[in-house]
Design a protein around this ligand. Sequence first.
Ligand code: ZN
Length: 236
Amino acid sequence: MHINHISLFARALTLVRRAALVAAVTTIAGCTTVAPRTEGIAKGCARTDLLAGNARFLAGGMQSHTWQAERVIHTGEFGQSPSVGILSCADSRVPLEILFDEGVGDLFVVRGAGNFEDVGGTATFEYGVAALGVHTIVVLGHTKCGAIEATVAAKPLPGNMPAITDALSPGLGEFIKTKAAGGTPNLTAAAEVNVRYQMKRLLERSAMLRAARDDGSLTLLCAMYDVDTGIVRFLD
Ligand SMILES: [Zn+2]
């Protein structure tokens, strides 16, 4: 009897949640945005969909994170087919699934301090594009990035940390010079320059990703996240 009550309650809850799911379907600029998601982000709709998710996050109306059990079961049984790859900083203030209001199975993510490109990350994106159906890659920088600040300051770092600044410094020469001359470089501008530089590095390293871009199967987007406001801004 007790189990039956629980079962009935669970079923009722499922119906309520499905009703909420239907209510959450909206169409923006020809792109159907859904939260919680039951299908991947449509090709050509990544920017629209991610901005719609960011708007839900900003409004406190996030939906993907209220209930992910169905997505866990579905992706566990049938495998993943993420739509969007994101190269992001490891900064804890940039939680991708939360700030884009996406869920289990949506995003294919590579993270490292300063969102720097390296062979491991690029191989990961090649795998995502070739085997999983990733059709868009976003390089996402952010304001107040410690890796950007450390690179521009050009101070010696311990351990393996120079691997980060070595990856960033070739793209940030003008900012490093300004700082060395006693000036105050604009670190948000530096983070934007770094986003474009890391995207350039990604394409320089990967013939596979260049070919996918050239045949139209891969879209590349640069974006910035503001840690003070929670707003995502696409650069292109
Ligand atoms: Zn950062």
